[in-house]
Design a protein around this ligand. Structure first.
Ligand code: PGA
Length: 235
């Protein structure tokens, strides 16, 4: 059976979370929304949906001004957390070593880390695999089984179209061969292209940026995820 998880990454955008959640179809257990920390706090009171954070501290609590620990996330009902998004690697200089600690802290609290990996530029297969292998080199085989990995080619994020289906399948298949059980794709996903991506054998779901900001648009992607899961269950 092919499970599809649809994750919305709101980044540094305010969606008006109460209204947003009213428009989102309820009881979608394949859906995770990741608002900023402020809206996450408001949202965590709703039990129609699962929530994720966009980041977590490397510290476990104490005198670390401005930080939010995995323990705190757990306390407020957060079930998932994005780590190592390319925007954090690039603009906040997040390193592999910090990402590993974040994953360990999250697993300790039974929060599922969603580790983002992906090459910066589109050159060729070997280059992409080398870059990705570097990003996952510190993640043990035990961890690989427990976490979700999201393949997000940086060159396809915030663009007009995603990577080609053949390319996505090739890289996601590589990640499967590296021991990751759950592999998502992210990068310019919307309701017009998500069906074919979700149908790829190595893809277990989507990480959606811009197209998750509008609940109606996101509902359509969620419905496709459900439909494909249902279809694959028939075989
Ligand atoms: P996008 O962003 O869907 O707007 O391309 C995806 C992401 O960065 O997670």
């Amino acid at each position: 059976m092919k499970e599809n998880l649809i994750v919305g990454n709101f980044k540094e955008n305010i969606v008006g979370i109460n209204e947003y959640l009213k428009s989102l179809k309820p009881n979608k257990n394949n859906t995770v929304v990741c608002p900023n920390f402020l809206e996450l706090f408001v949202a965590s009171k709703s039990n129609n949906i699962k929530f994720g954070a966009q980041d977590v501290s490397v510290f476990n609590g104490g005198s670390f001004t401005g930080e939010t620990s995995a323990k705190m996330l757990k306390k407020f009902g957060v079930e998932y957390c994005i780590v190592g998004h390319s925007e954090r690697r690039k603009f906040i200089n997040e390193t592999n070593a910090q990402i590993k600690i974040k994953i360990e802290n999250l697993l300790e609290e039974q929060i599922v880390p969603i580790l983002c990996v992906g090459e910066y530029t589109f050159l060729n297969y070997d280059n992409s695999i080398n870059e990705i292998n570097y990003q996952i080199k510190d993640i043990s085989s035990e961890m690989r089984k427990k976490i979700i990995v999201a393949y997000e080619p940086v060159w396809a994020i915030g663009q007009t179209k995603p990577a080609s289906n053949e390319w996505i399948e090739k890289i996601c298949n590589h990640l499967k061969n590296c021991g990751f059980k759950n592999v998502l794709y992210g990068g310019s996903v919307d309701e017009t292209n998500s069906k074919t991506i979700l149908n790829l054998p190595s893809v277990n779901g989507l990480l959606v940026g811009r197209a998750s900001l509008n609940a109606e648009q996101f509902n359509k992607i969620i419905d496709l995820g459900e439909e494909i899961k249902w279809k694959t269950r028939q075989h």
